[in-house]
Write a protein that binds this ligand. Structure first.
Ligand SMILES: C[S@@+](CC[C@H](N)C(=O)[O-])C[C@H]1O[C@@H](n2cnc3c(N)ncnc32)[C@H](O)[C@@H]1O
Length: 284
């Protein structure tokens, strides 16, 4: 017990030291991380970087948060920490935006990858990115983008023996999150195992109040847009079997969702008619 406390204290002190050491260099780090975002897009032949405000998306600021892409390094280290049973796991990005995580997740042998995004413009951009992406490292072929709200998305026939990894990068307000959680609870009741990763968890209370979820991990990642550290949490349904390895990820960049403003280097593109973007744009 004493050894464990000692370990926790050492890790805490190390983390505080790292944060203090990083502080004076935040602008430099931010610039470096921004360049890495752009490099990913350039090399992969896609357009996923840049902020898009809720106003530009025509969404309600109460229910939806702005678009920012998950940092590449953060996503990879997150998956490494989760020790995922890929072949039996379906990855779902709730609020998938321009599809950055769908592209990154395709490097792992997930059973399927699903993006759920309310903005039709962003769904269309994600679909375009899926079409043009350099697929050399592709290990999952079943990738789809669903243009609908987290509050409406149904987990179909998933149930007993299915594992779902649900990723949320602070996509929405509390009411939407609560409605989405009800849908998730339903699939858990059918016997599915669910792990939720919630980055920049501004509506954390909704998850904390769900007694069928257990927090299993938390950490922080560097937010390049606001030059601050940003938390994330991982929760699992009570029946979840996965094992984690560490409780804190290395600092990295991950833009937050609560700030207004910001630039959008990648154009959102024209608004398409509902018929142009199907409910599910499946890519095989
Ligand atoms: C911070 S971005 C995250 C983008 C992507 N998940 C990533 O990590 O790269 C949040 C996204 O959630 C989307 N969003 C907001 N409200 C939503 C809702 N009710 N249903 C689905 N998506 C929503 C936004 O349009 C935005 O694209």
């Amino acid at each position: 017990m004493t050894a464990r406390l000692h370990g926790v204290r050492s890790r805490l002190l190390l983390w505080i030291a790292v944060k203090n050491a990083v502080h004076p260099f935040r602008r430099l780090i931010t610039r470096y991380l921004k360049r890495r975002h752009e490099k990913f897009d350039r090399q992969a032949g896609v357009c996923t970087a840049g902020t898009v405000t809720v106003e530009a998306l025509g969404l309600s600021a109460r229910d939806s948060h702005r678009y920012d892409a998950t940092p590449v390094g953060f996503f990879r280290s997150l998956l490494a920490k989760l020790a995922v049973d890929y072949e039996n796991t379906v990855f779902v990005d709730l609020g998938s935006g321009k599809g950055r995580t769908l592209l990154l997740a395709s490097h792992y042998p997930f059973r399927a990858i699903i993006g759920v995004e309310i903005s039709r413009e962003l769904c269309e951009l994600a679909s375009a990115n899926l079409r043009t992406y350099d697929w050399q490292r592709r290990r999952c072929r079943d990738i789809s983008v669903h243009c609908e709200s987290i509050a409406e998305f149904e987990y179909g026939s998933y149930g007993r023996s299915d594992q779902l990894l649900l990723y949320l990068f602070n996509p929405c307000g509390e009411a939407v999150l609560r409605a989405g959680l009800e849908k998730i609870h339903r699939v858990v009741s059918r016997g599915a195992t669910v792990t939720i990763v919630y980055v920049n968890p501004t509506c954390n209370e909704a998850l904390q109040n769900a007694d069928w979820l257990e927090p299993v991990r938390h950490g922080e990642t560097f937010d390049e847009t606001s030059n601050t550290f940003m938390p994330y949490i991982v929760l699992q349904s009570a029946s979840a079997q996965w094992s984690g390895q560490q409780s804190t990820l290395p600092s990295n960049s991950a833009p937050g969702c609560l700030r207004a403003g910001g630039s959008a280097p990648c154009p959102i593109g024209p608004v398409l008619s509902p018929a142009a973007v199907g409910a599910a744009d499946r890519l095989h």
